[in-house]
Write a protein that binds this ligand. Structure first.
Ligand code: AMP
Ligand code: ZN
Length: 118
């Protein structure tokens, strides 16, 4: 655990969250500022800053994040599909430096993948 990391504190129960799911590797909760009807974050329980720092030892956790996504999206109200977004580092516009997969969906298509640059 990183002492200063907000998501490590959520995993430890030191900061409240709306928990959806937890197993030995990952923790899932509702995003505090949802961008779509369904907006879930799935995070490793251990501190991992981003995919920039991932190694082969993180593969079980990274695989679990993706393998639970459909069940979490479906149960949260997005049975017709969903999008998974992982922002990494400054170029990826990552704001919270603990890896997290956004699972976004609902009953409307989530829209274009990226806003075009002018
Ligand atoms: P990113 O820009 O990919 O780093 O996304 C960070 C996400 O974390 C944003 O969607 C925030 O709304 C969300 N977030 C920040 N703090 C919390 C919190 N305490 N509980 C739930 N979601 C949070
Ligand atoms: Zn952390």
């Amino acid at each position: 655990m990183s002492q200063s990391c907000i998501f490590c504190k959520i995993v430890a129960g030191e900061i409240p969250s709306k928990k959806i799911y937890e197993d030995e590797l990952v923790y899932a909760f509702h995003d505090i500022n949802p961008q779509r009807q369904v907006h879930i974050l799935v995070i490793p329980k251990h501190h991992l800053t981003s995919l920039q720092d991932a190694t082969t030892s993180d593969e079980p956790t990274l695989g679990r994040i993706l393998s639970v996504a459909n069940q979490l999206a479906t149960e949260a109200g997005s049975p017709g599909g969903f999008r998974v977004i992982i922002n990494n580092g400054d170029i990826g516009c990552q704001e919270v430096p603990h890896l997290h997969a956004h699972i976004v969906g609902g009953d409307q298509p989530v829209g274009p993948m990226l806003k075009r640059l002018d």
